[in-house]
Design a protein around this ligand. Structure first.
Ligand SMILES: [Fe+2]
Length: 443
């Protein structure tokens, strides 16, 4: 059962509270029918502290959850901790006695991605941790020693080249480093990008030819770090800028374009269209700290004219949202559809429903899960490798507080507001997490 106490922070209560055990279950009960076109694993990761309150929602040990779908069945569920050095009991500090950052000090709790045949559990302050489909931990990945900095939890994947485009940021110089990994998993570029200071850079975006860095005014404060607090604070005077760099270019090729101060936790996507660069993301007016108790994130479009170094900003929707996702085959390519999770007003990260955006005609639809049922991030799974954009399903973990039931709900993306086609009953509570992905067998 989940804990509930006014003394506990939100991330230790209700369905944010951690679970303690690793479990495996076969042949899950399903309400409805699992589409028989879905064959693979739905993977979800999140923080799951093992030793009481870790001090912030972001700091718990990573726990993976995997649901296998095959032949119209929900074949299995399992959950496993990522066996990081810290989880295994090593006395490992982020900053060692030599003043250097130890990139093996990781929670591995933020995202799970697949590239070049490897599954990587990511957190933005450290090296990736490789795991397999059975959720066994294989170990840290430093790309044969080429990676010496942190590695973002939000690398981008180009379906045309097979590349993984990424970056690492740090509170010690170098503050920002670009990483390009080829289709075979070899890190072919790792290059320092000059920025004025250390900011918290959670995500980026790509187009066919560019990567977009987000240098926004959530600035590292050594005093906060020394006090053991979350050390990134809002400092509007730092300014806000997008750094647009050719993906095969380098630091000298970055065009920095000033934008209105704001914060972006997650981008939805970006692309090149009619000679312009378009980027959609959930935009926060300000971000006093990383407790998400301030202004909402609103889906916003930045249209950038690189030649004129100009940018136009427009709000696309007036509902609080984050966790934007899209058809992963369209990453960096022209796209029409996107999805996000709507948040209730006020503190505590109450997730309400899913939103679908038709960005061509500027129309939205919502999927309402009913009273007391909270969704997480909606992940798009194509119905076939060559199906069209939007031809597929949204996979989302939900939790019904009254019945304490976690489900994997499967929604037809083209009947978004309709009843889910399947509700996979998870035999144990799955705490609120961060991100997930659909890993089809044919990937
Ligand atoms: Fe994230």
């Amino acid at each position: 059962m989940s804990a509930s106490s006014p003394e506990l922070p939100f991330y230790m209560q209700g369905n944010f509270a951690p679970i303690e055990t690793e479990a495996s279950f076969d042949e899950l009960e399903v309400i409805g029918e699992v589409p028989d076109t879905l064959s693979g694993h739905f993977l979800r990761i999140g923080p799951n502290p093992t030793d009481g309150d870790p001090g912030h929602w972001f700091f718990g040990n990573g726990m993976l959850h995997a649901i296998r779908l095959e032949g119209g069945r929900a074949v299995s569920y399992r959950n496993r901790f990522v066996k990081t050095p810290a989880y295994l009991g090593e006395d490992i500090q982020m900053v060692g006695p030599d003043g250097q950052v130890n990139r093996l000090a990781t929670t591995a709790n933020t995202h799970i991605v697949e590239h070049a045949g490897k599954f990587l559990a990511l957190t933005e302050s450290a090296f990736p941790m490789e795991v397999n489909r059975d959720l066994d931990t294989i170990g840290p990945v430093d790309f044969e020693g080429v990676l010496t900095t942190s590695f973002t939890a939000h690398p981008k994947f180009c379906r045309k080249t097979g590349e993984m485009l990424a970056f690492g940021y740090s509170f010690l110089p170098p503050f920002l480093t670009y990483h390009r990994v080829d289709a075979r998993g070899k890190m072919v570029q790792s290059e320092v990008i000059d920025v004025p200071g250390s900011t918290m850079m959670h995500d980026c975006a790509i187009t066919e030819n560019y990567i977009i860095f987000l240098d926004l005014p959530l600035v590292f404060k050594i005093e906060e770090a020394m006090a053991g607090k979350m050390p990134y604070l809002w400092e509007e005077s730092y300014g806000a800028r997008l750094g647009i760099m050719p993906r095969n270019g380098g630091n000298a090729d970055v065009t920095w374009i000033e934008i209105e101060p704001c914060y972006i936790v997650h981008t939805l996507n970006a692309c090149e269209r009619d000679g312009l660069i378009v980027m959609d993301a959930a935009r926060y007016d300000e971000f006093p700290d990383v407790n998400f108790d301030s202004s909402p994130g609103l889906m916003t479009r930045w249209t950038i004219d690189l030649a004129k170094k100009s940018v136009k900003e427009e709000t696309l929707d007036d509902r609080n949202c984050d966790f934007p996702r899209m058809d992963p085959r369209r990453e960096g390519q022209p796209y029409r559809y996107g999805y996000s999770t709507e948040f209730a007003d006020g503190p505590g990260l109450e997730m309400k429903q899913l939103i679908k955006y038709d960005l061509d005609v500027r129309k939205t639809e919502v999927h309402d899960f009913g009273t007391g049922v909270a969704p997480g991030e909606g992940v798009f799974a194509p119905s076939a490798p060559d199906s069209g954009e939007d031809e597929g399903f949204i996979l989302v973990m939900t939790y019904d507080e009254a019945s304490a039931q976690s489900e994997l709900q499967i929604i037809d993306a083209q009947n978004f507001s309709g009843d889910p086609v399947a509700r996979v009953q998870i035999p144990q509570r799955v705490p609120v997490g961060f991100h997930g992905n659909w890993a089809p067998d044919n990937s």
